[in-house]
Design a protein around this ligand. Sequence first.
Ligand code: SF4
Length: 250
Amino acid sequence: MARGEERVVEELLKFARELEARRVSQETAGFTDVREANELIENDANAFLLGAVFTQGIPAERAWAGPYLLRLRLGHLDVARIGAMDAEAFAALFARPPALHRFKRHMARYVQSAARRLGTHYEGDARRIWADKPTARELQDRLTAFEGVGQKKAAMMTEILGRHFGVELREPSGSDVAGDVHVCRVMYRTGLSPTTNPGDVIEAARRAYPPRPGLLDLACWLIGRRWCHASRPDHGACRLRSVCLRVGAE
Ligand code: SF4
């Protein structure tokens, strides 16, 4: 790796470790602005899993509030009872205005499917997914077995579980950055990835920091949201302004 790229990686890792030390996981102080919703995610592993399923096509802060809003609507967040509900009745409840998600039918199916899988495979407790200290790769594979959870959500969850919840992984080197639009843009503009293609970006992160590629994820995501906007990036204020290799590039 060229010296210029090394400097970018060093600054990203420095930022990532600061975020880890402060237990920052989102742009906001917690997962979401709603205090009760945040407490639910912090204290209930099933809510964390379902919240991660919600993170698609809407702002992250709104997605993480999903389990709390669902609990308000149902009167509980019991995955056995959610899984046992009639699918049409659950979808109707989910879609009742204001709908719990922009993609109401798909997301209702993913959430109910996740609740059922927790029951059939993990005795209704998401903590059992990672209780045996899996490798990062094993954990990501277990998470992508949930309907509606692809590489992006699984990589994000793996990182949050380690960084924020202190879940021990036997081997973190199999972690990855999420193929998220902000992460891809920052990895490309900083010169670490040759393109914004998620496959290239994931490979670039593996080359950049083999011991734990996923550590770069949150740093890139936050830089993308705060400064490295798709249009009119704020180079002058950006955390990477002194090391970025493509300042001003598209
Ligand atoms: S310096 Fe500019 S191009 Fe580089 S990451 Fe920051 S905002 Fe993006």
